[in-house]
Design a protein around this ligand. Sequence first.
Ligand code: TRP
Length: 448
Amino acid sequence: MGKRASFGGRLGVLLVAAGSAVGLGNIWRFPCELGQNGGGAFLLIYLVCAVVIGLPIMLAEFSLGRMGQSNVVGTFRRVSGTNKYRWIGYAGVLCALLIMGFYGVVCGWTLDYVYQAVAHGFSSMTSEELSQSFKDFSVQPVRPVLWMMLFLTINCVVVFLGVKEGIERTSKVLMPLLLLLVIVMCVRSVTLPGGSEGLRFLFEPDFSKLTPQVVLNAMGQAFFSLSLGMGCMTTYGSYIGKDINLGHSVLQVTILDTMVSILSAVAIFPVVFAMGINPSSGPELAFITLPNVFNQIPGGYIWAILFFLLLSIAALTSAISLLEVITAFVSEELKISRKKSAVYATVLIMILGVFASLSLGVWSEYKIFGFSFFEFLDDVTARFVMPLTGLSISWFVAWKVGRKRLEKELTNGHTIRAKYLGVFLFLLKYVTPLAIIVVFLNQTIDFF
Ligand code: TRP
C-alpha cells in the first residue's frame, strides 16, 4: 500500500470531521427527536450525553484511527496485534450500511426540496398544505426513490474521487455558509408572533416528561449526530496528520455540531407553535416547518433554494463519511480497487434504500416490531448498534491500548501537551461505559 491519504492541516481536519458530524442529524433528526421526546428535558440530557459520552468516544476514535492507519477492521487488528477484536470493526461497517439505508432516503428528499424550491418556492402554501404535500411526496413509490438514487450516485462519485480533493474543499466553503443561513432563519423564526411558546418548549425542561426511553433516545442522538459508535471517526482519524492536536479538534467539532443542532431547533420550534403544528409530528417536521419561515422573509424564494441546497450538501458531506467507512473496509480488507468498492457499497445501499423508502408508502403495512423498515433502521442503529459498538470501542481504547500508547498519540509523540489525559482516561474507563450501561439497563427494565 502506498502512502495513506491525509487531510491537509488543522482547518481541513476540523471541516472534514465537522462535515461528517453536521448533517441531517442536526437539522432534521435532532428537532424531530426533541419534539417527540418532550422538548427541554431532552435537550438537557442530550448536552450531558455530548460531554460525558460524545467527547471521550470521539477522542478515542480519532486516536485509535490515527494509531491504526487503516480501515475500522484493519485498525483493530493493527493496534491490538491480533485478530480477536475485529468483530467491533465488522459491527461498525454493518452499522454504516444500515444507517445509509435510511439516511440516503432523507438525502433524496432534500434534493426534491431543492427542486421544489426552484419550481415554486413554497410560496403561498399554508402549513396544512405543506404538511400534505410532504406526505403525498414521501409515500410515492417512484419519485423519492429516484432522488435517492441520484443522491447516492453523486455520493459515490465523490468518494470515488478521493476524500481530500472533493470533500475537503467543498466543506471549507459551504459549512460556514450553512451556519450563516441557519442563523438567519433563527432570527426570523424567533420574531414570529406566537413563537415564544416554541422557545419555552425548547428551553424550559419539563422533567415529568423524562423517562428512560427519552434518555436512551438522547444518547442515541448524541452518537448519531457526532458520527460516533461505528468507526466513522476512526476511519477519518486514520487520515489525520501526525501533527494535529486531536484534543482540540474533538472539542471544536463537538461544539460546532451541538451549536448547529441547537440553532436548528431554535429555527424550527417557534414556527411549530406559531403555526399550530404538532411538535411530535416525526420525520416530516423540518420539511413542513422551514418552508413556512421562507414564506415570511423578504427574498424567501432565494433563501429557500439556498437553504435546501446547503442542506443537501451538509447531508452529502455526512453521507460521504458513511460510505467511506464501507469503501475503505471493502477495498483494504478484500483487496478490491477503491472505485469498485465504492460502487458495490452504493448498490447495496440503494437496495436497502428502496425498501426503506417504500416502507413509508406502498409497503407501510409491513412492520418489524411495529416499526416501518425505515424507522426500524433508524431506531435499531441509534438505540442499540451505535451505543454497543461505541461501548466496545471505548472499552478497547481504555483497557487494551493502554495509557502509554494513548499518551504518545495524544501528545503527538510528546511534542505537545495533553493535560486532559487523566480526565479523559477516567471518563473513558469508568464514566462513559457506566453511563451507556445504565441507560441501557434502565431502558430494558422499563421495557418489561
Ligand atoms: N452525523 C451525521 C449527521 O448528523 C450522520 C453521520 C455521518 C453518522 N457519519 C455517521 C451517524 C456515523 C452515525 C455514525 O447527520
